[in-house]
Design a protein. Structure first.
Length: 243
């Protein structure tokens, strides 16, 4: 797994107050109900919004807090759970046996759930929609750029390019890649993925942090706070440029 229950997302630069936030039940096009967690800035729903694709554990506490972190940066945010079809709606604590549910996932239904999450944000006033994901979710965020959801951009941390290979030629939204130089996925593999997407005329921004490993975006990792702060700056700049 990517983040345990002790992990906490770092705060963005100059965070502001958070407004309404909490759990929500979403519904996909096939009628499946699945869990989500939303957060808005204190000023109310924002024109810029972001769908958060969690790691393989689904919607757990790290991503609930991350939604609030994005809200404190001025975006409306919605993190969603992958496992509505096989595990129902419930808590995804560290004792959640996620592997069997990950094995039962298929990309089309996961993308449909991501689209439903985006539609929820649009129904609450978002006009410039982005996605972001981590590890498994990083690749799923990039895949969402091939769905035709009219995304302004898709951001991924620690994504594995092979999980995107079947749709790479359909990617239409700009991508941002934030890669750890000491990750288990070779940087060269990620660079090849970026170049292939660029070959279709799509803007891809890639930043490599050479000295950090998988899951570095965690405020508990004090030794990596320079990279963490830069990752926040890179994301917010990308969002500002593409909104």
């Amino acid at each position: 797994m990517c983040y345990g229950d002790d992990a906490r997302p770092p705060q963005p630069p100059n965070p502001g107050p958070v407004g309404e936030h909490g759990s929500v039940v979403l519904q996909s096009d096939d009628g499946t109900s699945f869990g989500g967690y939303f957060a808005h800035p204190a000023s109310g729903p924002a024109a810029r919004g972001i769908v958060i694709f969690p790691d393989v554990r689904g919607l757990h506490v790290f991503y609930q807090e991350l939604a609030r972190s994005f809200a404190s940066a001025g975006l409306s945010a919605l993190a969603f759970d992958y496992f509505g079809r096989t595990a129902g709606i419930g808590t995804r604590g560290e004792d959640f046996s996620y592997r069997e549910h990950v094995d039962a996932l298929d990309f089309p239904t996961l993308a449909a759930d991501g689209s439903a999450a985006g539609a929820w944000l649009r129904s609450h006033g978002v006009s410039a929609l982005f996605t972001v994901g981590f590890c498994f979710g990083g690749a799923m965020s990039w895949r969402q750029a091939a769905t035709g959801d009219d995304l302004r951009g898709s951001i991924g941390f620690y994504g594995i390019p092979s999980r995107v290979s079947s749709v790479v030629d359909q990617i239409a939204a700009p991508l941002q890649i934030l890669a750890a130089g000491q990750d288990f996925t070779p940087v060269a593999e990620v660079e090849q993925f970026a170049d292939r997407v660029r070959g279709h005329g799509v803007d891809v921004r890639m930043t490599v942090y050479p000295e950090v490993g998988h899951s570095f975006f965690d405020r508990a990792f004090g030794q990596h706070q320079t990279e963490v702060a830069d990752a926040w700056r890179q994301m917010l700049t990308f969002i500002n440029d593409k909104a």
